[in-house]
Design a protein around this ligand. Sequence first.
Ligand code: PEP
Ligand code: MG
Length: 574
Amino acid sequence: MIIIKGIGASPGISIGKAYVLEDEEIVVTRTEIPRDRLRAEVARFKAAQKATHRDLDAAEAKVLKLLGKNHAKLIDAHRLILRDTLITQDVPKRILSEGVNAEFALSEALEAVNQQFEKLEDEFFRERRHDLFDVGKRLLAHLLKHARRSLADIDHSCILISRNLLPSDTINLQESRILGFATDLGGKTSHTAILAQSLEIPAVVGLSDVSRRVKTGDTVILDGEQGLVIISPTPEAVAKYEKAQAAEHEAERALEALKGLPAVTQDEKRFQLQVNLDTPEELKAVLALQADGIGLFRTEYLFMNRPTSPTEEEQAKAYSSVAKAMAPRPVVIRTADIGGDRLTQMGIEGPKNETNPFMGLRGVRLFLRHLDLFKTQLRAILRATAKGDVKIMIPMVSAVAEVQAVRRLLNQAIAELQAEGVALPKMVELGIMVEIPSAAVLLDAFLPHCDFVSIGTNDLIQYTLAVDRVNEHVSHLYDPFHPAVLRLIHNVVTVAHRGGKWVSVCGEMTSDPHAVPLLVGLGCDCLSISPRMFLRVKETVRGLRHAAMARLVAKAVTCSDSEEIRRLMREQGL
Ligand code: PEP
Ligand code: MG
């Protein structure tokens, strides 16, 4: 039995056989494709060709900027290869005639040409085959990205082990029978971890080498609470964890009694407890919680794993169904926060290959470069106001000018819809995420331009402490109890209340029952929580005295380190 310690990313225990996902080296296997799906396979190959062309365009722009025109011509050689009949004709022909997958047809075609190249006497020409393989690798990478989507097709119960899992992979797990997953990379508030919680899949991340230590078929136990992976457990360990699993289910059943009860503290202070919604598919489970609303609808997942952006119609339908189901309770729809670790396959110019993606073209920055996409989403959200209490929220705001630009675009969208005869409410609230320190510090300047604020602690902590939220090497420094973080939140709540605006918190800090006493004491009006932790947090809130927590916070903001704050809390039995 081997026990590896990582970071608990999503609570719960799972026990099962491992399925190890190879993703670092490109392994091409031969898969027979049924006759009726061969055309689709060719289309998949063509999509990869297109994506590779886009890669080359992006690479060319970069080389042009850094090295100038002459060097940029190098890219032309790759472009020529991509247009060669070897790629454009031979590969589709092989797919159709041999009935095989695109990856296999491509690698066979490349190998055939490689053998021809090897026969060449001229070393210069012989070495050109490396260009050919570079292009081949790019194509394969695109094909395999799509192939990895077949994660959803894993048809047996298993625990997924991999080096990394992107949010776009994770979202596919909701249709699969994955019992849990463990990865070498990642942090507690990575979007992959947050999704795992939403989908109620136990997960452990930041295990450094679990993908090399586990083999497909090994029995493993995953302890998402403690952040442990146990490989080849003894029968005693299995029995112990089975017991813990049963106790966990029992505790969850006991929490059901809290459904429908208000989130009120012992001294009668009422809080709004809302939920974070990652995909419309989770709506049914969310409704069962009887929350006070949806405090954050992360719409970016509607844009993932697809070659084109969702149409206005499609988005309006998705937002309307959520608004209708929750009415009359509010639904805060956040405009897509694409970028960082959440990339799309839509080929949007910008966020690919950035050195610091979390500080790059993300959220509102990206959408202000793509006003067409932005306006489409705003129109779709506005159309959903007919079905319920819908509010709009902007992610990644760092400057007042961004909010003003969004306000202008929103006004345009409103005018357009009204001209088209669409009835809209007199006022649609526009809020901002406070998740970049500049917005927290300068909040008074933002307030005249927005109707409410929501503190995104996941990013606020990452940017305040300079700790990449997906980097396991610095995860020990990611600290919601850091006094600098508390002072920033304190400032936001004080300034917003002074300006007559309500404050919500929607980062993962709201889902940590240990941190919730601080948020209660800080006087946030609303906590928006991951559905998995909703009832546990409600239990915590109902057990607290607000006045005592406010006194605790008054002391906490004068502390110089988080250990001091934790000690203060321990002294009060928290
Ligand atoms: C946050 O940053 O706290 C937040 C809620 O947004 P996301 O996790 O989607 O970045
Ligand atoms: Mg955020």
